[in-house]
Design a binder for this molecule. Structure first.
Ligand code: FES
Ligand code: FE2
Length: 347
C-alpha cells in the first residue's frame, strides 16, 4: 500500500511536453502533457471509451485526442468531441491529478485533490538555486520504494557497496552517529573525524591529508532524503560549524513508487563551490551516478529474494536505527490515512 496524500515527483520537467508521456505512479497509469501555454497536466492514462492509454494519442491544441476512436478531452479531463456524434454523455470524463512544476521536476498529487496544497511540496531548492551548481537524473529501480529509503538512511553501506567511489572503510568503522526523530522527520548525523578522504572527495576537494567528514541525512516522508555531505581538512572546526576551506554538497533524493516492487528514483547532486563550472558539476555528478548504479544492483537483488519469500526473517543491527525510525513513521502515516478514509478503495 502507498501513502497517497503527498506530493511525489512524477517526471523531470524536460520529459513533459507537447507529446503525451505515460508513466505508472503508485500503481496507476498517468499521462502527462503541457497545454499550449506550457502548463503541465496529468490524466489517468486510460480512455473513458475503451481503455486505450491516452499516452498513445496526440494533442490537438489543448485537447488530448485518443489514438483509437478519436475522442478528445480538454485539460479538465472532460470529453469535448466524439467523432460522428453530437451528444456527449456526461460520464465521458477521465480522472485528472493536481500537478505542479518545481525544482526542475513535475510533481503530482495522487490522493484527495481537495488536500493538494503546493505549499506542502518538499523543499529541494538547491536544484535551481543560483548559489549552487546542480544536475539531476532519473533511475528506474526494480524494487519496492522503501528499500531505496533504507539504503539512504544507513550509509554504512558506502564502505562496502561503494568502496571504489564515495566510500572507504572509515565510514563504517569510525563514524560517530546520532539519530534524532521528530513526528514526521528523521535526521541521521554522522561525523567521521581525522580519517582519509574517499576517492571522490580527493578528486574534487584536492585534500592532501586527513579530513573531518560529515553526512547529515534528513528524511521526510514518504520518500525524500536530503543529504548534507562534505569535508574539511581535519581539525579546522567543521563539527563546530566552521566549514570554510572544505567542500559542501547536497545529495537530493525523491523516490516515487511505480508499483509495489518497482520505483522511480529521481535524484540530484548539488555543490556550493565553483558553482558556474559546468564541467565540475558534471564530474561530481558522474562520480555519484557510478555509485548509484551500484545501489540499483543491490535493490533489485534484495527484491528478488523478497519476492521469493516476503516473510523471511531478518535481523536488525545498530546501523538500522534511522531505518527503523523512518519505517515507523511511514506505518503510522499509513494508519492515519486509512483511518481518515483517504485510501483508494481498490488497494
Ligand atoms: S478507446 Fe479511446 S476513443 Fe475509443
Ligand atoms: Fe549507496
Amino acid at each position: 500500500m502507498f501513502l497517497r496524500n503527498y506530493w511525489y515527483v512524477a517526471a523531470a520537467n524536460t520529459e513533459v511536453g507537447r507529446k503525451p508521456f505515460g508513466r505508472m505512479i503508485l500503481g496507476e497509469p498517468v499521462v502527462f502533457f503541457r497545454t499550449e501555454d506550457g502548463t503541465p497536466v496529468a490524466f489517468e492514462d486510460r480512455c473513458a471509451h475503451r481503455h486505450l492509454p491516452l499516452s498513445m494519442g496526440k494533442l490537438i491544441g489543448d485537447h488530448l485526442q485518443c489514438h483509437y476512436h478519436g475522442l478528445r478531452f480538454d485539460k479538465t479531463g472532460t470529453c469535448v468531441r466524439i467523432p460522428g456524434q453530437d451528444q456527449i454523455p456526461p460520464t465521458a470524463k477521465v480522472k485528472t491529478y493536481p500537478v505542479a512544476e518545481r525544482y526542475h521536476w513535475i510533481w503530482i498529487w495522487m490522493g484527495d485533490p481537495a488536500l493538494a496544497d503546493p505549499a506542502k511540496i518538499t523543499d529541494f531548492h538547491w536544484l535551481d538555486d543560483p548559489n549552487w551548481g546542480a544536475k539531476t537524473s532519473y533511475l528506474h529501480v526494480k524494487s519496492n520504494w522503501q528499500l531505496v529509503v533504507d539504503n539512504l538512511l544507513d550509509l554504512t553501506h558506502l564502505a562496502f557497496v561503494h568502496e571504489t567511489t564515495i566510500g572507504n572503510s572509515a565510514l563504517a568503522e569510525h563514524a560517530v552517529v546520532k539519530v534524532t526523530r521528530a513526528p514526521n522527520n528523521v535526521v541521521v548525523t554522522r561525523w567521521i573525524i581525522d580519517q582519509l578522504a574517499p576517492p571522490t572527495f580527493v578528486k574534487v576537494g584536492k585534500f592532501s591529508g586527513n579530513v573531518d567528514r560529515w553526512q547529515i541525512i534528513d528524511y521526510v516522508p514518504p520518500a525524500f532524503l536530503r543529504l548534507d555531505v562534505g569535508a574539511t581538512p581535519t581539525g579546522t572546526g567543521a563539527p563546530e560549524g566552521r566549514r570554510a576551506g572544505g567542500i559542501n554538497m547536497r545529495n537530493l533524493n525523491a523516490i516515487t513508487p511505480e508499483t509495489e516492487t518497482t520505483s522511480h528514483y529521481f535524484w540530484g547532486q548539488a555543490h556550493d563551490f565553483d558553482v558556474k563550472n559546468k564541467e565540475l558539476t558534471q564530474r561530481i555528478f558522474e562520480q555519484i551516478q557510478t555509485a548509484f548504479y551500484e545501489d540499483v544492483e543491490v535493490f533489485s537483488a534484495q527484491q528478488r529474494n523478497l519476492d521469493l519469500n516476503p516473510n523471511a526473517p531478518q535481523i536488525d543491527i545498530n546501523a538500522d536505527t534511522g531505518v527503523i525510525q523512518a519505517r515507523r513513521i511511514v506505518d503510522r502515516l499509513r494508519d492515519e490515512e486509512l483511518a481518515a478514509g483517504h485510501m483508494a478503495a481498490a488497494e
